[in-house]
Design a protein around this ligand. Structure first.
Ligand SMILES: Cc1cc2nc3c(=O)[nH]c(=O)nc-3n(C[C@H](O)[C@H](O)[C@H](O)COP(=O)(O)O)c2cc1C
Length: 402
């Protein structure tokens, strides 16, 4: 019996592969491409689609915005929250998970918009919890520099406490909808929270009706010990970058141990590893495609812009370093069958729980989405590695299904 695993897709609200040979070439900003994409992922039974987000125009490479803007690699980046609402309205099973930063969103607003979209989604809304890691982002919100990481996570812990209280500020049964007695909601079951923390104050209650999941599915990507503790405490799903099967297993074992220490059932946390599969009709074709992409003139420069500074003494060329950034040692380059086989073996050795599919620099196109949804996913399903239908109704239940 093969071990079934979860699949999600990591993307963002950007231009996609705007100059690709097989790109539609139109504007992505009406969100229709991303609606089509989510519908394709839903036909393929993905658990969720997640929209990365940052709140700055990066200047990490040579102190300038030139590279990022020239190649459209981190910007323009539109807001994923309204996108999540239209995607939710146009789908019925897949989870929809935008990123929102605790640095930027007031807790009351976050709780309110999450509840609103979870209703629109019928219980499929998730929140990718980030604390933001850039001074340039902090400077868009009235700060000179970011608070140190430990402070950011202390703030985020308090933030979670507050939003969880807001989500619970309406008791079950508060909405009565009794036409005969003329009562919509019972005010005795709706309570202020009177939150007085070190960083946040909020009166409450929330002015929205509790949603199907009551709170969004929490997704997080903490990497540091402090970040991992935060994720182990709060997350329903963790997205992670790790190298080789060993690195992935170590990461998952560590998270599960932290979760147990915090009194949580580790099986309630699904760890998904970021991967970049390259698919072809034959292994040679896939390898040639991979070679062609990493040798594109913009690739190394853009990869370096993403890395920021390189202080490497291993003797590797910059292009090697750039290309390794998208290779986590699983060798997911080949035919759908070959890649599916390797994914299955990897999860068996790691112990769970699934993968987060993406493309270098989010150069996404309908063609690439189809290669995964109509090639890789059926190959996984033939091996019993992936669900062939949704059997639950909310995102959190789908994650807990296996
Ligand atoms: C797969 C993945 C996705 C991430 N997405 C975002 C994002 O959308 N926005 C953001 O500001 N940070 C994002 N991060 C950064 C994480 O939130 C986190 O800060 C990072 O993993 C470092 O861990 P630390 O905060 O414990 O130092 C992401 C990280 C990973 C691994």
């Amino acid at each position: 019996m093969s071990r079934r695993f979860h699949l999600a897709w990591f993307t963002n609200f950007t231009v996609g592969h705007w100059d690709g040979t097989f790109s539609h070439g139109g504007s992505p900003w009406d969100g229709k491409f991303y609606v089509d994409m989510a519908q394709a992922l839903e036909r393929a039974c993905f658990d969720y689609v997640i929209y990365e987000d940052k709140l700055l125009v990066p200047e990490a490479y040579r102190g300038s915005t030139e590279t990022t803007l020239k190649y459209a690699h981190q910007v323009p980046k539109h807001d994923p929250v309204p996108l999540a609402a239209i995607v939710a309205a146009a789908t019925s099973h897949i989870g929809v998970v935008p990123t929102m930063s605790t640095l930027a969103w007031p807790p009351f607003m976050l709780a309110r918009v999450s509840t609103t979209i979870d209703h629109i989604a019928g219980g499929r809304f998730g929140w990718n919890i980030v604390t933001s890691g850039e001074d340039l982002a902090a400077q868009n919100f009235g700060m000179d520099v970011l608070p140190p990481r430990d402070t950011r996570y202390a703030m985020a812990d308090e933030y979670m406490d507050l939003v969880n209280q807001l989500f619970d500020s309406w008791e079950d049964g508060a909405v009565v909808m009794d036409r005969a007695r003329g009562i919509y909601a019972d005010h005795r079951k709706v309570h202020p929270v009177h939150f007085e923390g070190q960083f946040f104050r909020c009166r409450g209650p929330l002015n929205t009706v509790p949603s199907p999941q009551r709170r969004p599915t929490y997704v997080q990507a903490g990497g540091s010990p402090r970040g991992r503790d935060f994720a182990a405490k709060h997350a329903d799903s963790i997205i992670a970058t790790a190298n080789q099967i060993n690195g992935m297993k170590q990461f998952r074992d560590d998270i599960r141990e932290r979760a147990m220490k915090l009194g949580r059932n580790p099986d309630d946390i699904k760890v998904l590893y970021l991967v970049y599969p390259f698919l072809g009709e034959t292994d040679q074709e896939a390898k040639a495609k991979h070679r062609r992409i990493v040798n594109e003139p913009s690739f190394a420069e853009a990869a370096l812009a993403g890395i920021g500074q390189i202080t490497d003494s291993s003797g590797k060329t910059l292009r090697q370093l750039a290309s390794e950034r998208f290779d986590n040692g699983l060798d997911l380059i080949g035919t759908p069958d070959a890649v599916a086989e390797r994914m299955g073996e990897a999860i068996e050795a790691i112990g769970g729980d699934g993968f987060l599919i993406s493309t270098p620099f989010q150069r996404i196109s309908r063609r690439y989405v189809n290669e995964v949804c109509e090639g890789l996913v059926p190959a996984l399903q033939r091996r019993g590695l992936m669900r062939t239908e949704y059997t639950r109704s909310t995102l959190r239940e789908n994650l807990k299904e296996f």
